[in-house]
Design a protein around this ligand. Structure first.
Ligand SMILES: CC(C)(COP(=O)(O)OP(=O)(O)OC[C@H]1O[C@@H](n2cnc3c(N)ncnc32)[C@H](O)[C@@H]1OP(=O)(O)O)[C@@H](O)C(=O)NCCC(=O)NCCS
Length: 180
């Protein structure tokens, strides 16, 4: 997928290093339970790449059109943790911190949403994050997802500060009426 400033593309072997670095950055991972060891990042990437074959969607590598630099990931994933609204398809994003607050996540996620509804023909797209993760909620709002409610993420222990989550979603019907 291409936007004014971004290319969302298949992963290359050269991305592994930068992807692993991003997952080791405590600032990038501050709304996740922990940073990700490099070996685990490699395993995630194998799964991410496989997802396009198994499910028909996944999380793309994001690069800057101007420089070709890898800056993170944006795309779809299957959420299957135990909750009343799962399994479902979520849209998600993670960028190297040098590239935050320039509108890149919003721009890339909007292109994903267009692809999800127009090409993949998804019926509904969800997104979740910890209540504390305000930047991510701003991206959800800016691409038109609506607040559904709060829930406690089942994978996190009681009283964990990241346990309280918010859920947003957008239905294809709402997307289409907005884009007429
Ligand atoms: C979430 C993330 C992808 C956003 O990327 P981004 O390219 O900076 O997003 P955008 O520039 O499109 O929008 C960010 C918005 O958050 C706002 N924001 C940033 N930091 C903020 C803060 N501390 N408090 C409140 N708002 C904040 C920005 O002002 C902007 O909103 P605005 O356009 O209304 O001004 C990026 O912060 C990131 O990679 N975070 C770490 C990984 C992560 O948390 N991923 C999401 C997991 S659910």
């Amino acid at each position: 997928l291409e936007t004014d400033r971004l290319i969302l593309r298949d992963w290359k072997d050269e991305d592994v290093e930068s992807y692993s670095q991003m997952n080791l950055d405590p600032d990038v991972m501050r709304f996740f339970p922990s940073t990700v060891p490099a070996e685990r990042s490699k395993q995630y990437l194998v799964k991410t790449r496989q997802s396009f074959y198994d499910l028909g969607y996944g999380q793309w590598a994001v690069e800057l059109r101007e420089t070709g630099q890898f800056i993170g990931l944006i795309g779809f994933a299957r959420a299957d943790f135990k909750a009343g609204f799962t399994p479902c398809i979520e849209i998600a994003w993670r960028l190297h911190k040098d590239f935050w607050n320039r509108g890149y996540a919003t721009e890339g996620a909007q292109a994903c949403l267009d692809y999800g509804f127009q090409v993949l023909n998804l019926d509904v797209v969800h997104s979740f994050t910890a209540i504390l993760n305000v930047p991510s909620q701003r991206v959800m709002e800016k691409i038109g997802l609506g607040f559904v409610g709060r829930f406690k993420h089942p994978a996190l222990p009681k009283k964990h500060p990241l346990k309280p989550h918010v859920r947003y979603k957008l239905k294809k019907r709402q997307y289409l009426s907005r884009n007429i």
